[in-house]
Write a protein that binds this ligand. Structure first.
Ligand SMILES: Cc1cc2nc3c(=O)[nH]c(=O)nc-3n(C[C@H](O)[C@H](O)[C@H](O)COP(=O)(O)O)c2cc1C
Length: 317
């Protein structure tokens, strides 16, 4: 997720467990073939076989409308050891769509075909080329045609975010609309959208007729959601104090990568997602929201932690 799930967050989440694959933030391809340094920036895991520390593969996600440049850029990423190339046809952002990238391409299934097939032909066969779409741009009218274009282009997988571009991120996600595609698909279909807890996961797989899902915001608000899904709820959930430990560590790691103000913003951003699942996150968010320096935030987390630890009541007899 652009601006949210960079390599530091991928490392944190994959260490918890339950995640079988990650995708980078989208990398835009506009006027030229992207140089190596861009891919190393978006995917530092390329230095370690394209995997996070616990061996979770990270596919490089490309976004753009020029099939030739997308293909030549995909080849650069593949040559650097990307374990897979993912193509983004889902981004709803106006600036992205205006520049011929993301969900706007769903209006023209033949262009979806050209982009996917060009990339498929460019990168070695052993490297999966996966795709991510929405149900359509303004409606679902072209969903079958878009999906067929992706099958015909020999993509390895198709992930469907169960909303149109017009829907934005508005709930609900229409998981049942994915079923029409999973029932006819020759390739694995991955369902995505509005999976915030284990119950949502079960409802999503049953309505979409998929066996695999992609987690978006839910992975941030409920960091062990993938592990909970995989262990069928047998593993105990992460306690708030454990989340705080992860946060302190996350702050240390991001300090090595970003300027101070960005570190503070990353922590606040994660806290704002966590608020959905943990009431304590809301309290902590209010305490830190005006702080700018990571040291101030660390002090605030420490104070919050000591308030959160259960203190036995001493009774004087
Ligand atoms: C801030 C933000 C950034 C995102 N960036 C990307 C991205 O770079 N690539 C991508 O495929 N999807 C991106 N998405 C979409 C999510 O991957 C996901 O498809 C969407 O949020 C629906 O899933 P959810 O309801 O579980 O969050 C982004 C979503 C958000 C909210």
């Amino acid at each position: 997720m652009e601006g949210v799930v960079d390599h530091t967050m991928r490392e944190l989440l994959t260490r918890i467990g339950g995640i079988s694959r990650c995708v980078t933030e989208f990398v835009r391809v506009t006027t030229h073939t992207l140089p190596k340094k861009v891919f190393y920036r978006f995917c530092p895991e390329l230095h370690t076989n394209g995997c996070t520390t616990n061996g979770t593969p990270v596919y490089v996600q490309l976004l753009g409308g020029n099939a030739e440049l997308m293909a030549s850029s995909a080849l650069v990423a593949a040559n650097l050891g990307a374990p897979g190339i993912d193509i983004n046809f889902g981004c709803p952002a106006k600036t992205v769509n205006r520049n011929d990238g993301g969900s706007v391409i769903l209006k023209e299934p033949n262009r979806v075909f050209n982009i996917v097939s060009s990339i498929r032909r460019a990168v070695p066969q052993n490297i999966p080329v996966t795709t991510k779409i929405r149900l359509g741009f303004s409606d679902r009218g072209l969903l079958r045609e878009i999906s067929q274009a992706i099958f015909d282009a020999n993509a390895s997988e198709l992930c469907i975010h169960a909303r149109t571009k017009e829907d934005g991120y508005k709930p609900p996600a229409h998981w049942e609309a994915i079923a029409a595609i999973s029932e006819i698909s020759p390739i694995p279909i991955i369902a995505n959208g509005e999976i915030w807890n284990v119950k949502d996961y079960h409802r999503c797989v049953s309505q979409s007729a998929c066996t695999d899902v992609m987690l978006g915001r839910g992975a941030l608000s409920f960091p062990d959601l993938a592990r909970q899904i995989q262990s069928s709820g047998v593993t105990p959930r992460l306690a708030w104090l454990e989340i705080l430990d992860l946060m302190v560590n996350f702050s240390r790691v991001t300090e090595e990568v970003y300027e101070s103000k960005h570190v503070a913003n990353r922590i606040k951003q994660w806290l704002s997602y966590l608020r959905r699942e943990y009431v304590q996150a809301d309290k902590l968010f209010k305490q830190v929201k005006r702080l700018k320096r990571p040291e101030e935030i660390a002090t605030s987390i420490d104070a919050h932690r000591s308030q959160s630890i259960y203190k036995p009541i001493v009774v004087n007899l």
